[in-house]
Design a protein around this ligand. Structure first.
Ligand code: GDP
Ligand code: GDP
Ligand code: MG
Length: 321
């Protein structure tokens, strides 16, 4: 059975976490849209110009903003007269359609973990973006789904990193494979896969040290971890999850581009969308990256990681029920 159907939280709880998490982004976006249409009853060129500014200021990104504006222009031409009251609803339509055209369908993604045993996920990203936290949350989700989960503490660089992962392991009730600080991350990954395989694990999550995309040595280290893992599980890693800090807005976008250019990334998680007004960045990242946004982080608790779903996200950030 697909892993999501096991998931215990009700859809109302998830909707609430999403709406509360995106509230700041929504308030800020709606106020900018409010300014864009102030004193106007129909969507005309001036409104579209203002709207363009509003979307760019909301971290949607220039390229994606231009695509949205173009779609709205076409829509206005087709429908002849569009009232500004209808703007948010039309934007939800057009943005969702745009994302549907430009991103991979989510269904393709959802049962990957059933096709490999163990299914190996390597988690990468710069320091402090939320890698270890996202691993803890994912471990919990997979465990809820009845999976046998193993964690590998291959961030051997930062002093507290192993301990932080162990705390998550205890909290969730899954084993963590570790060595002492400063040991070779590839060796930790190797040990983890060996234990996982010997114990019939379904899912393995490998934590890695925060590294900057432009640091050649560190990127080489990722390559080495991958190569060593293949000695145990020949087609591992099955997923390379890049974690991005959504509260850094366009910076997160830029990191996604640079990481994707430097190493093979297969999925994205955008964290810390709670408490930031820059949530619009997820729309741009999702639209422009050829890599699917798989998860969004909406808080620090175990249950605050969600599967990214285009329509609920876009509706929530534009305040349309
Ligand atoms: P790492 O260095 O990439 O492993 O990042 P950590 O997992 O250690 O996270 C850094 C900080 O961000 C921690 O204080 C986390 O609790 C916090 N954090 C991670 N994800 C989220 C999120 O979705 N929302 C909030 N509010 N905080 C988060
Ligand atoms: P700077 O802040 O730009 O000087 O970058 P650092 O040299 O501090 O590196 C950024 C992050 O990469 C660090 O916080 C570490 O998590 C990680 N890092 C740096 N050097 C190494 C290394 O040799 N091995 C590993 N595993 N991680 C490293
Ligand atoms: Mg960490």
């Amino acid at each position: 059975m697909a892993f999501f159907s096991f998931f215990k939280r009700s859809t109302e709880d998830e909707q609430k976490t999403l709406d509360e998490g995106l509230d700041k982004s929504k308030q800020s976006l709606l106020s900018r849209i409010g300014h864009a249409i102030a004193g106007k009853t129909t969507i005309d060129d001036e409104v579209l110009d203002n709207l363009e500014e509003a979307l760019i200021a909301s971290d949607v990104g220039v390229e994606t903003t231009l695509q949205i504006i173009e779609r709205l222009q076409t829509r206005v031409k087709r429908d002849k007269y569009v009232n500004t009251d209808e703007l948010n609803r039309i934007m939800v339509d057009e943005i969702c359609q745009m994302l549907e055209e430009n991103t991979r369908t989510q269904e393709q993604n959802n049962d990957l973990e059933d096709q490999h045993k163990p299914y190996v996920i390597m988690v990468v990203g710069v320091n402090g973006v939320g890698k270890t936290t996202t691993i803890g949350k994912l471990a919990w989700r997979y465990k809820q789904a009845g999976k046998n989960v193993y964690l590998g503490a291959a961030d051997t660089f930062r002093a507290a990193a192993v301990e932080q992962l162990c705390i998550w392991g205890e909290r969730v009730g899954v084993p963590v494979i570790k060595q002492q600080q400063g040991s070779d991350p590839a060796s930790v990954a190797f040990d983890t896969l060996q234990s996982a395989k010997a114990n019939n694990a379904d899912v393995v999550l490998i934590d890695t040290a925060g590294r900057l995309h432009n640091k050649v040595n560190l990127m080489n280290e990722l390559t080495k971890i991958k190569q060593v893992m293949k000695k145990v599980v020949p087609d591992a890693p099955h997923e390379v999850l890049l974690v991005l800090d959504g509260s850094t807005g366009q910076n997160a976008f830029e990191q996604a581009r640079q990481f994707a250019a430097a190493t093979q990334i297969t999925s994205l998680a955008v964290t810390k969308l709670d408490g930031t007004a820059k949530g619009g960045v997820v729309i741009g990242i999702s639209n422009e990256m050829k890599i699917p946004v798989r998860y969004i982080g909406l808080g620090e608790k175990m249950e605050d990681l969600q599967i990214f779903q285009r329509e609920p996200f876009v509706r929530s950030i534009l305040g349309i029920d």
